[in-house]
Every structure is written in structure tokens, then in C-alpha cells.
Design a binder for this molecule. Structure first.
Ligand SMILES: [Zn+2]
Length: 1066
């Protein structure tokens, strides 16, 4: 995805800023996505103060448990029309039940397809962001990854759409607001979303045809490509394994957090389907045969085993008509019985297991152990009331930095960061997991003891009232606001409903939270919180023998041992082959590659329905903005309906900061939110924020500004509250900015350890963003600033700082003070407000008071940031089985002048050239390019890539690809429409107001947006050809950064001596 992002919207990650108040849904190591998300390399990824990783599955980082319900205040309920009832009969469905769900102002009707038994939830309301999803129960009985490989493969061509990858055609040329697929441990889910009705129907049809009539069940080559195969280019060379899922899972198995999550799940459920890995264990994947693969599809991808979801403002009758066309092709099957998930019987005594994970040999291995305690809470699924109470308990124990279990674990000094996701209720039986990483071996029993003792103490003493109020307000706020970020509301609703429906429970109940929440509140008020929560802790956790303690030990040899083992297996395979076999394998390798690299014929491409340019609005989506002043300070106001929530940003220019203080800024931000004042302890301050607001976050924002030398660099304080509490919101923002004291040395030390653990995690899980940041730092000053605060340089800084905290605390503390003095000034400030007109007007007095209280000094010095990293190619070594490879150059420096066509072209390069070569034939999980239209930096990046130099050769051949490109009108139109889909991506009101702020800061005017749009719409083949010359500069002058395994770098150096400067990452 291009950095065109900023022109259009808040980049993906920005919508998650508030989530540091909640814990994120554990980035489900068990949920696999069809495609990795493009790098969120802009300054956003490291701003999320407590996110744990930037792995692909973190895209859905909405607050756990409670937010997944839409609520729109003005929506008028849609009643089912009489036609809908007739339509059901006409199309072969019977109505099972129907309810009006007031929480989401929707009418939800459950239908059963009479012939096959397929179940359909049809949800009607006024949400234009329409969602469709089809879900099959797909419990595996081994770890060959069948469900996952099938999830990838069915989207590779179908009966009506006989081309290589209709999925990619949709990525290229539709207006989708969501397009992906997920594999869970027991189900596979295919969701799409769009606001454009014609586009929506196109997406639905391609997905339905894909799941029911895929080509992959006849075509072994797709299975090989997406699953696994032996690759042999020449009989004299070694055989290797290739396959998209194979490499994706190698990446997953290189990450300690994923290994821990998997080990915990498998040990908790030794006797049912959750005891194996639906994603696939790289050591087991090669046991999968094509016959088993086909049989799995035949058995489970059947209407009798399907649950189908429609949501939005489209015609409910049409939904049934579309479905009947597919479902009527089938007869009933016993699939639904065969796919039932059996529950795990509870243990009679606790279990302990020890696993090894691949660690680098740098650093102190002694403090690299991990330990996690896991409980299986119940043999049977729980009722909604109990689940809600447990969800509340989870928030009380872990929801805020000040929540007791989280706080005590981190303050213990026994480890660096928390592992385990708390209460998890996505599977048939709920679990609870908690532990620490960065622990010394001898401290492991102490961590166990501490967890148990803390839980005992909580059961005995209960929670204080302020904590209860803070959790209650936070949960109610997030329910009311229902901010699902870039995730369509209808999709989060679907995932919530399906969580019960998939186990044959009531699909309506999970949508109706209000009554049980009121009941819970009343119980707490009447009986006291202790009476409510203590029995839960005792019954489900303390007195529950089904406990599994997982210890993970660092093993610096594991990565190379796994690699050697793989090589040995492959050598044996080769030794067992005759000369003819080898020649045949080389031929098959060649044939597969040829197929992968041959473009689809135009007729096949035309089969995928697309919009025409006439369907596209000629003007960009405009966000209302009024620029005014209060007390001499600039204030931006966005009059938008926000359901009575006020969103506010206070933005401070950071350019007066001394360069040597830059690296302290992220920790400065965390200190503001997580240290106390003279009058309030950190716990009290934290609870106050939870009780009065919907959350406050603080983070730096840096970007280049086109045509200017000076970077745009700001500190942003973001807050939200019910509009009636605007005064309290601004009081609290003022309090954290001005009154927080930087005196708590021990807490600061924890921040450093946590940040270090987080950065190390990112290096393994999101090495592409680390490589991107590093290249940026070699190419421009804003990139250098960002890397100082979020790249390898920052990790190095944190490592040194960890020791310095003990030695030079006074100096650190005064550095934090100095940042406050340099940045916090009225003359440095800008305010951004998003709410409806009435609430905007009412909040004015509080803004004015807030501004009055800001120091009136003018910044003394001006920071002179003029650094960049040296431009050598660099390899950052980590223990991994797959690499991240990047190459970049600044196109503006070659004299290139930005045109909207660049968005179309770079998207096209990502979705064709790089997708085909880096992913499909190279075997990487992802390959992208990224164009920062503010700095001019154009980068190529790969994700979980088995190759290194080969990938660079593909990047270098991009110019040639463009030059030789033959493109018909249909293809060009699709590329343009897909780009408009990105530019016009769906945004909730807070994201609209925030994007408008960023555009203001970066000097992107409405005229420019209009001009870019016209340039996008009028992009021609000639533009593609001309861009070929521009992009040659990446080949000729580009800088290379890879995050890779030592073995692969060594091998690369045999080919190209001294190509990289080598640096140890882990
Ligand atoms: Zn996948």
C-alpha cells in the first residue's frame, strides 16, 4: 500500500491509538490471514504504546470483548418487508426466527435453506458499509495445515472465474472496504465488505463461486503453490521446499510469542481438534497429500456445513436470491455432524511443559525465558451472563496499566513484558492465560507463585470502587462508541455472533449485551463487587485443576538445527530419486514457474466483474473543516455526527527539541500517561482517565513535507469523551501534560524493558517495517527521526538506557523535564476537534481554559536535526527461518514530479509483478512496494521470504516489467478503480477528523486532492512506461536493508562479497 494513505485517510494503525487502554485481542496466533497486510511503515506503527506486535493479524486490533457491536443513534429500524417473507419461500428458505436488535438498531433474521440446511443470518439496517461472510466448520485432525492451505487455494480460480487468482483481481480493481480470509483452529471464514452495491454483489459472487466450485480441487499445481512442493531448478542443485503457507508458517514458528501461544493451546486441549495446528506445522506440512486436501474440501465446504452472514442497507430479498443460485446445486450432506467440535474434558491435576524457541546468540540468554500459566475454564460453553462477567473481570485485572494483575507482574521486576491474552472466548471452551517474558530461569517458580498469590489476594480483597467504575465506564464507552477502526462494523458483529453460532448456539444472543450488562451492574451495586467476582476467580481459576504451565527456553542453536534437519530430509529425498525422477522434478518445477509467470488471458480476466469509471465519483470525499482561533491558538473543527462523543487532539510542534533528546520522546509519552502527579498516584490518575473519558493517548508523529526541507514533527495528545464530559477531558489532558512528575525511577525502568521487549518482538514479526524504517533513515531526515524513535537505533538506545537508569537517573529525569519545557508552549500548539456542531460549540470554553493554562513562553532554541544513517547496504541478523528484504531510493531526488498516476502504478506493481514473483513463485508470504509521496522514498519490501538476493533481482527488474507491459483497457480501468478504492477507504467519523488534521499538518490542500484524483482517473499506459525510467533509480542507486538469518546472509556474501554491512539484531 502506498503512502498515498496519508492523502486519503488515517493509515491503518492510527485507529488503534486508544487501545493502550484496553488490551488488544491477543493477535490470535491461531488465526491466519489470506494475505499479510502491507507494511504500516509510516510513523504510526511505533506510536501504539502497548501493542505487542505488528504481525499481520494485528489488523483487527479492536478492544476485546465489548466493542464489536454497532450502535448508531439516528438509525431508523428497518422492518422486514412482506416481500422478504415471500422471497424466503420463493428461493427455498424457511424463516427460523427474527429479532430486532436494539443494540445495533438492526432487524436480524435467521433462515434455513430447506434443501441443504445451510443457515443464513440476514441483518438489515442503514449501515452503508455492507458485509458478507461465509463460514465453514473445518476442524483438522493433524497439523498438516489443510484448512489453512485450502483457505489460500480456493481463492485461486473457480468455475465462473477461471483465472489464476480472482482474489488478486478483486484486490486490484474493486472498491472493497474489507477483503481477506481467516483460518481459525476450527473454522474458516471468508468475509468481504463494500459501500458500493454493485461492487458488493461482485465480491459476494466471486467468494461464493470460490468456496463452492474452486479449481484447486482439480489442479494439483495450486495445491503445490499455496501448500508445499519440492523445488529443483537443476538436477545438480539441492532440492528445497516451497509454498506460500509453508513459508508463512515458518515465519510464525520463528516467533517466540506464537510458539508460546501454540504450545499453550495444544497442551490445554490434548484430546480434541485444538491439540493440532490448523495453520500447519512446517515440519508436518510436507506430509499432506493432494487426495486428503480434496477430500477435506468435499466434506466440509458444503452448504450443510455453512453459516452465511449478510449485513447492511442492501435489499434482503436479493441476498436470498443470490444464495439460492449457489445452494440449490447441492443436496443435504452429513457434514454438519462430522464437523462438530468435541469438548476437552477437564484435567484432574495441573500439567507443566517445557518448550524451546529459537533465540539469537547475542545478549544475555539467562534472562530470556518465558513462562505462561493457562487455564481451561470450563468443560461446557458458558452462558452469556457468565461470559460477560468474566470479560469484565478480565478488564479489571488486566485492562489498564494500573490494573492489579498487570501492574503487580510488571512491577515485580521478574520479567520484561506480559504474555498471554487473559480471558479468551473465541473457541468452544473459554481459557485464561497470563505470564511474563524476559524472565531468568531461576525466577520461573516465582512468577507462577506471584500469579497465583495475586489472584488469591484479588479473590479475598476484591477490587476498589474506582477500579470498578473505571472499567465500567471504559466498557460502556466503547460499546456506545463502537469504534471498530478500519474494520467494518458489520464484520466485527459477524465474528461476535459466529463465535456462538458455529457451536450451534443462539446467533442473536451475542449481539444483545444491554440487558446482561445492566443486570451485572445491578448485581455489583446490590451485592458488592467482591460477591460477584471472587467466586468467579475461585471457581474458574484458583480451584480449577485444568492448568497448564508452559515454560519456554531460549535456544540459540534451534534455528540452525531446524534448518539442518530440513536439509537432511531433503538430501534423503534427493538420494532416493533416480536420474529420471530428478529430471522430472526439474521439469515440474519449470512447468509450475511457467504457469505462475504466464499472465491470465484477457477473456479470463474479463470474467471477474468490475465497475466502470462511470461508477466512480469524480471528487474526493471531503471532510468538513473550519479553521479558527481560540486565545490566539489555531483550532480545527470538524462538524460530524459522532453519537455525542467528542474527539480532541492537542498537537505540539516538536521542532525546538534538541536532537539528543529525540530518543527519549516515546518514553516521555508513556511517562505522561503512566506516572503520577504530586496529588495523584499513577493508579489514581489511570483510573480517573478510565472513569471520565474514553481514553487518552500520547505519541510523536513525524513525516516529510513535500517541497520542504524541514520535517513535520509533532507530539500529539489524543483524547475522547462523551461530550458532556469535555471539561473533564481537557482537565485531564492538562494534568498529564503539566503535573505528571518524572520521579518514578522503577516505573521508568519497566517502560524501558517493555519497550525493548516490544521492539525485539517487532524485529522478528515485522522485520519489513524495521527494514523500511532503516532505509528511510538512510534516505531522508524525517526517516532518520522516526528510526531514532522506532527502529534498530531505538532498540540500541533502549539497551543502553536499561543500564543507564540505575546509574544516571537524575540526568534521565531532567531530560524528560527538558522535553516538556521545549515542547509544551501555547505558541507551539494546535487543537483539532471532531463532533457535531452543538458539541463543538459547547466544548469551546473548555478548550479556551486549557489553552489559558499552557505556558506562554516561546521556544528557546530550535532543534537542528540534520542527520541520516550512512547509506551502506545493511543486513540485520535475527534467528529466523524466513527473511525480510527491502530496497529503496528517493524518487524526488531524480527530479521526478509527483503525479496521481504513481499511486495507480505502485499499487499495480505490488499486486502483479511483486505478488507473482516474490509471493507466488518466490514463495514469500508477501511482497509489496510503498511510495511515500511526501518524502519521495520508494521502497520494495518482502515479508517472510525464503529468498534474499533473488528477491533483489526481482526488484531490479521492475523497470523492465513496466517497459514491456502490455495492458488492455479493462486492466487499466481495474487498476484505477482499485486505487480509488484505497483513496476513498471507509472511515468512521473520528478517523475522518484525524485524517483531515494530518492533511492540514502536511500541507495537503483540497485542490491538490482534486488534482491527484483527476490524475489517478486519467492514468494511461504511457504513464506506466514513463515510470519505468523513474523506478530505474531504485535499481541503480537504491539502498538495501534486510532483516535475515545469519546463514542466508553468509550465503549471499559468497555470491556478492561484502555486499552488506552486518549488524546483530537479536
Ligand atoms: Zn495464510
Amino acid at each position: 500500500m502506498e503512502r498515498a494513505a496519508l492523502l486519503r485517510s488515517t493509515p491503518l494503525a492510527c485507529t488503534r491509538f486508544f487501545l493502550h487502554l484496553h488490551r488488544r485481542r491477543p493477535s490470535s496466533p491461531f488465526r491466519h490471514l489470506r494475505r499479510p497486510l502491507p507494511p504500516s511503515r509510516s510513523c504510526c506503527s511505533w506510536r501504539i504504546i502497548s501493542s505487542s506486535s505488528s504481525s499481520p493479524s494485528s489488523s483487527d486490533g479492536f478492544p476485546r470483548g465489548f466493542s464489536a457491536v454497532p450502535a448508531r443513534a439516528v438509525a431508523a429500524p428497518t422492518q422486514p418487508s412482506p416481500e422478504a417473507i415471500d422471497a424466503a419461500e420463493q428461493y427455498g428458505f424457511e424463516k427460523v426466527s427474527e429479532e430486532f436488535i436494539k443494540e445495533c438498531k438492526s432487524t436480524a433474521t435467521l433462515y434455513r435453506h430447506k434443501k441443504t440446511g445451510a443457515q443464513v443470518m440476514s441483518v438489515s439496517n442503514d449501515d452503508e458499509n455492507k458485509v458478507f461472510g461465509i463460514v465453514f466448520r473445518t476442524p483438522p485432525n493433524n497439523s498438516t495445515g489443510i484448512p489453512h492451505i485450502l483457505e489460500h487455494s480456493v481463492l485461486c480460480g473457480s468455475r465462473k472465474y477461471p483465472l489464476k487468482e480472482p482474489f488478486v483481481e478483486l484486490l486490484k480493481g474493486s472498491l472493497h472496504t474489507f477483503l481477506n480470509a481467516f483460518t481459525y483452529p476450527d473454522r474458516t471464514c471468508y468475509p468481504v465488505a463494500s459501500t458500493n452495491i454493485k461492487d458488493f454483489y461482485n465480491l459476494v459472487d466471486v467468494y461464493l463461486d470460490a468456496v463452492f466450485f474452486p479449481k484447486c480441487v482439480e489442479d494439483v499445481q495450486t495445491f503445490k503453490q499455496e501448500g508445499w512442493h519440492y523445488e529443483l531448478n537443476d538436477p545438480s542443485e539441492d532440492i528445497s521446499y516451497k509454498g506460500v503457507v509453508f513459508n508463512e508458517m515458518k515465519g510464525v514458528y520463528s516467533q517466540p510469542d506464537s510458539i508460546l501461544g501454540r504450545a499453550s493451546q495444544q497442551a490445554l486441549f490434548p484430546n480434541n481438534t485444538y491439540g493440532v495446528d490448523s495453520g500447519g506445522d512446517p515440519q508436518v506440512i510436507p506430509q499432506l497429500t493432494f487426495e486428503e486436501f480434496k477430500e477435506f474440501h468435499r466434506k466440509y465446504y458444503h452448504p450443510s456445513n455453512a453459516r452465511i452472514w449478510f449485513y447492511g442497507d442492501d435489499d434482503p430479498c436479493e441476498r436470498l436470491r443470490i444464495l439460492s443460485e449457489y445452494l440449490d446445486n447441492f443436496d443435504a450432506s452429513p457434514a454438519a455432524n462430522e464437523s462438530k467440535v468435541e469438548s476437552q474434558k477437564l484435567f484432574s491435576k495441573p500439567v507443566k511443559i517445557v518448550e524451546k524457541y529459537p533465540a539469537g546468540d547475542g545478549g544475555d540468554l539467562k534472562k530470556k525465558h518465558m513462562v505462561c500459566l493457562n487455564w481451561l475454564l470450563s468443560e461446557d460453553p458458558l452462558d452469556i451472563e457468565t461470559e460477560l462477567a468474566l470479560g469484565f473481570l478480565d478488564h479489571l485485572m488486566l485492562g489498564f496499566p494500573a490494573s492489579p494483575l498487570r501492574k503487580i507482574l510488571l512491577e515485580s521486576g521478574l520479567g520484561d513484558a506480559i504474555v498471554g491474552g487473559g480471558i479468551e472466548d473465541e473457541l468452544l471452551q473459554p481459557q485464561f492465560s497470563i505470564g511474563l517474558k524476559g524472565v531468568s530461569e531461576e525466577d520461573i517458580p516465582k512468577v507462577e507463585e506471584l500469579v497465583i498469590n495475586t489472584l488469591k489476594k484479588l479473590a479475598e480483597e476484591g477490587f476498589d470502587n474506582d477500579a470498578i467504575e473505571a472499567s465500567m465506564n471504559t466498557i460502556e464507552f466503547s460499546l456506545r462508541e463502537n469504534n471498530t477502526g478500519s474494520f467494518p462494523r458489520g464484520l466485527s458483529l459477524m465474528l461476535r455472533s459466529i463465535g456462538k453460532w458455529i457451536y450451534d448456539m443462539d446467533p442473536f444472543k451475542p449481539l444483545k449485551y444491554e440487558e446482561p450488562l445492566v443486570a451485572l451492574k445491578e448485581r455489583i451495586a446490590k451485592e458488592g463487587s467482591k460477591a460477584v467476582f471472587s467466586p468467579l476467580i475461585e471457581k474458574f481459576i484458583l480451584n480449577n485443576p485444568h492448568r497448564v504451565t508452559v515454560e519456554m527456553q531460549p535456544d540459540p542453536e534451534k534455528a540452525s538445527r531446524d534448518e539442518t534437519m530440513e536439509k537432511e530430509i531433503l538430501a534423503k529425498v534427493k538420494a532416493s530419486m533416480t536420474e529420471e525422477d530428478l529430471a522430472e522434478l526439474a521439469r515440474a518445477t519449470q512447468e509450475l514457474r511457467l504457469k505462475q509467470e504466464t499472465p491470465d488471458p484477457p477473456e479470463a480476466l474479463r470474467a471477474v466483474p468490475s465497475l466502470s469509471l462511470q461508477d466512480i465519483p469524480k471528487e474526493p470525499i471531503r471532510v468538513p473543516i473550519e479553521v479558527g482561533k481560540i486565545n490566539g491558538v489555531k483550532v480545527l473543527r470538524h462538524d460530524l455526527f459522532t453519537n455525542d462523543v467528542l474527539y480532541a487532539e492537542a498537537v505540539f510542534n516538536m521542532s525546538s527539541l534538541k536532537q539528543e533528546l529525540l530518543q527519549y520522546v516515546p518514553l516521555f509519552c508513556q511517562s505522561l500517561l503512566e506516572m503520577g502527579t504530586k496529588d495523584l498516584s499513577f493508579v489514581q490518575l489511570n483510573q480517573l482517565i478510565g472513569r471520565k473519558t474514553g481514553g487518552i493517548s500520547v505519541y510523536p508523529f513525524t513525516s516529510a513535507v513535500r517541497g520542504k526541507l524541514d520535517p513535520c514533527s509533532h507530539l500529539i495528545v489524543r483524547g475522547k469523551a462523551m461530550a458532556g464530559r469535555a471539561d473533564e477531558l481537557f482537565d485531564l489532558v492538562n494534568c498529564i501534560l503539566q503535573e505528571v512528575q518524572f520521579t518514578d525511577q522503577q516505573r521508568f525502568k519497566q517502560f524501558v524493558s517493555q519497550s525493548k521487549a516490544r521492539m525485539e518482538n517487532r524485529l522478528r514479526g515485522g522485520g519489513h517495517s524495521i527494514a523500511a524504517a532503516r532505509m528511510d533513515a538512510k534516505l531522508n531526515v524525517p526517516g532518520w527521526i522516526s528510526e531514532q524513535m522506532g527502529g534498530v537505533s531505538y532498540l540500541e538506545f533502549l539497551r543502553a538506557l536499561e543500564e543507564k537508569v540505575d546509574r544516571d537517573w537524575d540526568e534521565i529525569s531532567s531530560s524528560l523535564e527538558e522535553i516538556r519545557r521545549s515542547v509544551l508552549a501555547r505558541s507551539n500548539c494546535l487543537i483539532n476537534l471532531t463532533a457535531d456542531a452543538k458539541n463543538l460549540q459547547q466544548s469551546e470554553q473548555f478548550v479556551s481554559k486549557f489553552l489559558d493554562l499552557l505556558p506562554n513562553n516561546s521556544p528557546v532554541s530550535v532543534g537542528n536535526w540534520n542527520s541520516m544513517l550512512s547509506p551502506e547496504n545493511e543486513a540485520i541478523l535475527i534467528p529466523t527461518q524466513v527473511n525480510y528484504v527491502g530496497k529503496a531510493a528517493n524518487l524526488f531526488e531524480t527530479g521526478y514530479k509527483l503525479s496521481g498516476s504513481a499511486y495507480v502504478i505502485s499499487k499495480y506493481i505490488s499486486n502483479t509483478w511483486l505478488w507473482d514473483r516474490v509471493r507466488v513463485s518466490g514463495g514469500a508470504y508477501g511482497g509489496f512496494c510503498d511510495f511515500d509521496t511526501h518524502s519521495g522514498v520508494f521502497s520494495f519490501l518482502s515479508y517472510r521470504d525464503p529468498n534474499l538476493l533473488k528477491t533483489l533481482d526481482i526488484y531490479d527488474a521492475t523497470g523492465e516489467f513496466l517497459r514491456e507491459l502490455e495492458m488492455d483497457d479493462d486492466t487499466l480501468t481495474k487498476a484505477i478503480i482499485g486505487t480509488i478504492g484505497d483513496v476513498d477507504s471507509y472511515q468512521l467519523p473520528d478517523a475522518k477528523g484525524y485524517s483531515s488534521l494530518l492533511r492540514y499538518l502536511l500541507g495537503v490542500t483540497e485542490e491538490e486532492r482534486q488534482q491527484r484524483r483527476e490524475e489517478i482517473l486519467s492514468t494511461s499506459v504511457k504513464d506506466f512506461k514513463e515510470f519505468a525510467d523513474v523506478i530505474e533509480s531504485v535499481k541503480d542507486k537504491g539502498v538495501v536493508v534486510t532483516v535475515a538469518s545469519p546463514d542466508d546472509v553468509e550465503a549471499a556474501h559468497k555470491d556478492r562479497p561484502d555486499f552488506f554491512q552486518v549488524k546483530n539484531g537479536l
